[in-house]
Structure formats: C-alpha cells, structure tokens
Design a protein around this ligand. Structure first.
Ligand code: FES
Ligand SMILES: [Fe+2]
Length: 391
C-alpha cells in the first residue's frame, strides 16, 4: 500500500526534469526511477492513473449487489455488480467525511451504507439518504434533488473477465489502447474459459524490472530450459511495441522433433480458428503494468502491484478451457499446465532481484543493449518518461 502523499510537488518536478533529461541523452530511465519511493509516488499520480489498469475479475462479483474492494496502485476502489448486470467502479471513499466505505467483499447488498454517519448509496453510486442531516430527526431523503453528488465513479471497461479502470478518466478509449491485442487475439473464442486459481509472487524488484523481464525473449535459452525445449531460440521472434502494447510470442513446432517437445499437455483448447490457435503462445505487456499470457489451452492475466520502489507483488490469474478447468479427469494436466507457468515465473525471481541490485550500482545507468532484443526497453522507458511529464 502506498499510503498518502509524502513528497512535495517540487520534489516530483525535480524527478520529472532529471528523468526527461536523462532519457533525452541516453534513451534509458535513470536509476532513481527504480530505487526511489518518491518516483513511485509520482508514478502513482501519473503512470498508473493515466492509463488502463486491471482492477479485478468480474467473476469475483457474480450476483447483483456483490461488492469487491480493491487497491490499484495505491488507489482504493470498489467494484459493484449493478442491477443492469454491468460492473460499476467507484472510489472507496465516502463523500461526507472521507471514511472508507467497504473493507471486505460483500454479497447481495441492496445498497451501500457508510458506517460513520449512515449515508446510503445505490449500487449505481447515486445518493439515497442522509439521516439527521439537517438536525436530529430531520433527514434528507432525496439528496439527488438537492444536488448531492454520489460516489466518485471511475471510468471502467470489461473485456473477457477482466475489469479495467482508467482512474484519471482521460486515457484513449479501451479499444484504441488494446487494439494490437484485440487484433492478435481476434481468432480466439474465449467464451469457454473458467477462472481456476491465482498464484501470488513477492518480487524483490521495482515493478518496471518485472515488466522489462516479461517481454525479454533473450534470456529464454539460459534461464528457462522447459520453455526453450518447446522451440529453439533460433526460431524465436522478438517482441514489438505497438502504441502502449509490447507484444511477442511464438509458434512452437506442430510436429515436435526429438530436441523440441512442443506443448503437448493434452488439454482442451480455446474455441475459434484452430489453425491460428494451436501451437501458438503470446506474451503481451499492456502498459503500464499488466501482462497477458495466451496459450492454446490457457489464458493468464498477470497483475503487478507495486509495494515500494524495490518490492512488487505479482499475481497470476489462471484461466483454462472447458472441462480442462474443472473436470477430475483433467486434474493432473491442470496441475501440469499451471505448474509449467509457475516454474517459468519462479525461474525469474532471482533474475529480477539481480536487476534491482544493478539499479543500485553507480557503474550502471540503463545498459549496453542489444539492437535486436532490447528495443522494447527504450520504448518502455519513453512511455514512462512521457507519462510522468504530462501533469
Ligand atoms: S463519513 Fe460517511 S456518512 Fe459521514
Ligand atoms: Fe523469464
């Protein structure tokens, strides 16, 4: 949790100026972007507030009146399943004296009542009642007519099971931001997927290093033997940057040879265009801090939560297809598919810790990069530099 603001506007402006100058000279981010809690606070106000962020799973609140409190990059929000079936998102703060409204998930509520002075709100955030507002016994029963604001709404969008929020409210439309992903995944039919489980990881690194490692195809041969075994390094393409999306992936051999095993878990695969879907994986970074892994038999939403400058929690939400998600007959394969991705992730935990260490070294300032494998580092650094400058 980031808590309240600790740094002054002048400190933020110093960091913005230093970062912009450093990027202009080097096309890298300075070390302070990875080591300074003041920089993380600045990102909370800019990077994370300006763009679309994953906030929660719609299937966590299946019924009308289900309410889920979440924290997105330090912003406390609530997701509410509304009467029309959509999910509404609001800041988790009472407009009266600022009390937090919801601490724990709730089920089937008809409305939301603040525990402090019992002001109540509809599931759509509209104000309903202000008891004893004018004096004892004199209630305000129609606050909307008096111009009272309801809960502060947050711009949101649902895609598949994922609820995204744009806290600042002025990001490009969701479809514009996600167009490279929507185009790449258009042949998939995700209607048959079911959420299976979430695995949480505690990473000793800045959130940006976990992002940078996620699209790094270069290290597969040296750090991920099981993934390398699915296909040879020589056949891998690198990720590319499309707007605010860094997208990569590969087609592993349809007819595996002795050296390369392909995927072969024997699980149900996504609906849609099988020629396109089978034997293909995607690794997608959605700026600023969400990732998607798409396999023929799985979809994984990866959520990054910055805790401090040098600590990040990462949450892998696993979805599998059809009976693969639930049936006993697929229990072993289910564990194998998730175990494969879990191993993949655990193999990276030391790597990102080592990278964090590097950002504390006076001998390092962003790196001597490979022209083939590393252009996304520059693109990502540019996105961060631009985001913090727009204040
Ligand atoms: S703070 Fe919520 S009703 Fe007063
Ligand atoms: Fe890795």
């Amino acid at each position: 949790m980031l808590g309240s603001l600790k740094y002054t506007r002048a400190q933020h402006e110093d960091m913005i100026a230093e970062t912009a100058a450093y990027f202009a000279e080097t096309e890298r981010l300075p070390n302070l972007a990875y080591t300074s809690d003041a920089f993380l606070e600045l990102e909370r106000l800019t990077v994370f507030a300006r763009d679309w962020m994953f906030a929660g799973r719609a299937s966590q609140i299946p019924e009308t009146g289900d309410i889920l409190p979440v924290t997105v990059a330090g912003h406390d929000l609530i997701l509410i399943r509304q009467r029309d079936g959509s999910v509404g998102v609001f800041h988790n703060v009472c407009p009266h004296r600022g009390a937090r409204l919801v601490e724990e998930p709730r089920r089937g509520e008809a409305m939301l009542t603040c525990a402090y002075h019992a002001w109540s709100f509809g599931l759509d955030g509209a104000p309903r009642m202000r008891p004893h507002f004018y004096r004892g016994g004199q209630h305000e029963t129609n606050p909307s007519a008096k111009g009272m604001c309801g809960l502060a709404a947050v711009r949101s969008h649902q895609w598949i099971d994922f609820i995204y929020v744009n806290i600042g409210g002025d990001a490009d439309p969701f479809e514009t931001w996600m167009k490279p992903v929507l185009d790449a995944l258009e042949p998939y039919d995700f209607r048959d997927i079911t959420y299976v489980r979430t695995i949480d990881y505690d990473l000793a690194c800045n959130w940006k290093l976990a992002m940078e490692n996620f699209w790094d195809t270069y290290h597969i041969f040296s750090a991920h033997p099981a993934v390398e075994k699915q296909m040879p390094m020589e056949d891998r393409d690198n990720a590319v940057t499309r707007g605010k999306i860094i997208i990569g992936g590969y087609d592993y051999p349809a007819k595996p040879d002795d050296n390369y095993v392909g995927r072969k878990f024997g699980m149900p695969t996504h609906g849609g265009d099988q020629d396109y879907i089978r034997n293909r994986s995607w690794f997608i970074c959605c700026y600023p801090s969400n990732m998607l892994q798409v396999w023929e038999d799985a979809l994984v939403m990866v959520e990054m939560r910055p805790v401090s400058a040098d600590r990040t929690t990462e949450h892998f939400h696993f979805y599998l297809v059809g009976d693969g998600a639930t049936a006993d007959e697929f229990a072993d394969q289910r564990d194998a598919v998730i175990g494969f991705m879990d191993n993949f992730q655990r193999e990276d935990m030391d790597i990102v810790r080592w990278m964090q260490s590097g950002r504390g070294s006076v001998a390092y300032g962003g790196g001597d990069l490979s022209a083939f494998w590393d252009p996304q580092v520059v693109a990502f650094s540019r996105l961060v530099t631009e985001s913090i400058q727009k204040s």
